[in-house]
Design a protein around this ligand. Sequence first.
Ligand code: UDP
Length: 452
Amino acid sequence: MANAGDRRQHHLVLVPCPYQGHLNPMLQLGAALQSTGSFSVTVAHTEFHFPNQSSPPHFDFLPLPDGLSDADKSSRDFVSQILKLNVNCKASFHESLTRLRERTDRQDEIACIIYDGLMYFAEEVARELKIPCIVFRTCSAANTSTYNEYNRLQEEGFIPLQDSKALELVPGLHPLRFKDFPLYKFEGSEKLLPLLKRSNQVGSSVAYLLNTIECLEESPLMKLRQEYPVPFFAIGPLHKIAPPLSSSLIEEDESCITWLNKQAKNSTLYVSLGSVASIDEKEFVEMAWGLANCEQPFLWVVRPGLVRGSDAIDRLPNGFAEIVGERGRVIKWAPQQKVLAHESVGAFWSHCGWNSSLESISEGVPMICTPCFGDQRVNARYLSHVWKVGLLLEDMERGEIERAIKKLMAGEEGEITRQRMTDLKREVMHSIKEGGSSYNSLHELVKYINSL
Ligand code: UDP
């Protein structure tokens, strides 16, 4: 997009939700908007999980005291953490914005606040200070549309979700089954349900943003556009639209790229369950033996906290390292986008977080889908059932794991899946080129914000 030249820049304030899968797309959105030359960007971020500011992009950062205790910070109860952040950060955000406005001249007035839907305190503050705001959801359109159905499903008696209906299609939300629902078997769903409903309300927001692509989610997007009374922008995949940026909260192990350089084209399985999902020790051991027995090279991310109650890298089963030798590599955190773009990577065994799904699609890497909780189930259903670019692997048992890997990486069905993924990648990448849907959407958003 042309540089704004001597046009004045509008000031945007971004409010991310402080988890890796939320921070990445928010910073990518900020970088994409900043790169148009129309905006300067301030990121208002909780002190909890505060990102490294030394690496690009160079935004201004506004730390928000969040009042979380050490116990809150180390807890795995993410729903309670988010609820507390919404209560605790409201006053500090209000105060910080008021001070920021007093400091800045009229030329640099805040044009708009873009907030993660889960950080709804930002919408309340924007309303009080009469600053326009825009809600950004970092999940898929299909997942977003499930939130709007909870009231109806509750009235119709489907919630709480029942095991006996797990495989039935959800009325009005095909192709999702009840077991694909974010609430299904979610411990603490009585707190999650109100959070999801609240975070999906537009309130005073003047627009709704999603990191998705028209060609992937035409029908859920159409549904959402009918449901929301505000302009709706589908701008994705943001990591391909934004200039390259680093927003990892854990140090990336770059040495794995040297190891990948030694592997044959399409030979290697990349394995990661993202930044928050966890498994129990039994599942971890089954994963390890499934990988050890599959005969394919693999790069496995075992991040701290992956295995509940242990530092998993030290808990690899006896004999694993000897059997695997140089064929496998276990690391704590990967430069995931670089890994997926590497020509030796032939498949991605993933928990199907929305960012991971978009990153895999953007590189044409077919997937093994093992969703753990929340929107991962919705994404896995679309990957395996709608786009047919991933195999579903729900049973963490070594034999099943070995079979799934061989099927995808060495079998005929795998070849067909790979071809479909290549076709999907082409379509998705077309959307960010001049005239493509995401390209157009980004430009419309810039115009829209400038008109506020
Ligand atoms: N990620 C990474 N290195 C890793 C694992 C994950 O950089 O070793 C990044 C990944 O590229 C993605 C994000 O962390 O952008 C995870 O987001 P996602 O929505 O896939 O899952 P979540 O962690 O939110 O469950």
